[in-house]
Design a protein around this ligand. Sequence first.
Ligand SMILES: Cc1ncc(COP(=O)(O)O)c(C=O)c1O
Length: 400
Amino acid sequence: MAFLSDALGRIKPSATIAVTDKARALKAAGVDVIGLGAGEPDFDTPENIKEAAVKAIRDGKTKYTAVDGIPELKQAIAMKFKRENHVDYTPSEISVGAGGKQVLYNALMATLNPGDEVIIPAPYWVSYPDMVALAGGTPVPLAATMEAGFKIAPAALEQAITPKTKWLIFNSPSNPSGAAYTRAEIRALADVLLKHPQVWVMTDDMYEHLVYDDFVFSTLVEVEPALKERTLTVNGVSKAYAMTGWRIGYAGGPTALIKAMATIQSQSTSNPSSISQWAAVEALTGPQDFIPKHAEIFRKRRDLVVSMLNQAAGIVCPSPQGAFYVYPSCKGAIGKTTPHGKRLATDDDFVTALLEEEGVAVVQGSAFGLGPFFRVSYATATELLEDACRRIQRFCGNLR
Ligand SMILES: Cc1ncc(COP(=O)(O)O)c(C=O)c1O
């Protein structure tokens, strides 16, 4: 009898965490490595949020809480949905978990049966297909192209839908491409969804606040309220408030789904950290002025990285609307050989050789379901980004 479960055989470890760990290990061994693999802001959590957590500890808010969130946080989330997305969710329509990741996982575990299909536009966040597979469903990648700005067309969505489709996972701005859908583009996808009442939508709005050049973020339920009854609107404090380590994510959705998600959470992790929940209340209700300031810093870094990568031989780097990633094509480097004699047959070879020969850690596009590309996270100090891009230019310039 096998010791390890069949479920484990359906998934693999997160490629982005693997690259980050590898870069960290090389650095610890004294190698000069610049890590552009991690998906987290390099900013510190704002002081007012830290203070709220300290106060929560001092006030003894250190016990178990309601499974899917304290009432104060649910209220703050309801106000956030109203204020920023013009959508009404009551506290009973809100779920809080240990990160957006747990919220998405709960929803998939609570709804998927064998044979259920989940449409996932590619390039996608690495965890979506594995979470779907772990929950027993079938991931159905739907490839977008660089030429289409890494966005899916309504006709392609229509074609991908079958009677077995249970969910569409929709992520804008996107990790890994940074692509963000305009209101009109969301409207066109909503029109397709309205024709298929069996399809539910998980919109992952984690990068909502990181959009540039006057781009206006929209979420599906705001654009088409009729889809509210079959949409889970997922968000969190990790990226916007530089709170990745605090582990707080949340979602708004129909009460029956929210209850089912709480049942899954009650038998796995129970409530998210009480202290982090109080910190998240302060994040959502306190001053918001640092958010556009952070976004402006990210925009400048995006412009720098896009410009420098487009000067690297064989690299084509589109300028995305949001998040803190770019997703350049390395097609022009494929088939070439490095000065150390390594032939680059895939984007996997490209990122491995780049790390070994120039000490720059990025993630291969194949991990996100669309190659030959690679993902660069520019949530890193500007000087490091400049250095890393110079190294990428040198690496590409030396390929023969
Ligand atoms: C698209 C997307 N969704 C969800 C998450 C999960 O965020 P967290 O679990 O930190 O809230 C991430 C984190 O990288 C992400 O990139």
